[in-house]
Design a protein around this ligand. Sequence first.
Ligand code: ADP
Ligand code: MG
Ligand code: MG
Length: 193
Amino acid sequence: MLTVELTKKWMELFYAQIDQEKAYLSELDTPIGDGDHGNNMKRGVDGVKDSLAKLKDPTLKETLRTIAMALISKVGGASGPLYGTAFLEMAKKCDESQEPAILFAAALEGIKKRGGAKEGDKTMVDVWAPTVKALTDGSFGTEQIKQAVASTKEMIARKGRASYLGERSVGHLDPGAMSSGYLFETFIAAGGV
Ligand code: ADP
Ligand code: MG
Ligand code: MG
């Protein structure tokens, strides 16, 4: 069950992970993008930290909406509106259910709708989609997440900046898949599922 407490803990760990890996994320974004994914995400999580600190006794919906708004306004780059949409869809769904499987499924639908990517296009969807499936069939875990991230290496990019490279994008991990991997790994570390 996703709660306000869990979400705050999760965001603290995500913040620390992004801070630690921002150079690596930008390095992944260099051969197949514009080398800014780490800095984009760092700006985003800084924004999340600031806005969450200002909330007094928020509901889960307010917490998720606040995260969404901070990511949309601070990340810049393609990944910002996509991560923002993910949290906005979770905010919309959380009155109905607080089950991670249901909330992340709603988030995934939002990401797909907003960005138009499907599985196999070498984007964050290639981590979100198998992870939502894994939450449903019970195989969710660190290994499963790492495998999903790794699977993007051999894919040909069909969306985002990496798609300009076509087949030359093969052999590189997708940076947004990596940051999404961090998002789910820190969810586990925070005690979610
Ligand atoms: P930008 O490409 O604008 O510099 P970032 O570097 O922050 O933005 O983010 C790039 C990541 O965003 C990619 O690695 C990919 O995972 C994700 N991405 C880009 N376009 C899409 C899309 N249409 N659908 C899903 N994810 C996408
Ligand atoms: Mg980039
Ligand atoms: Mg950019």
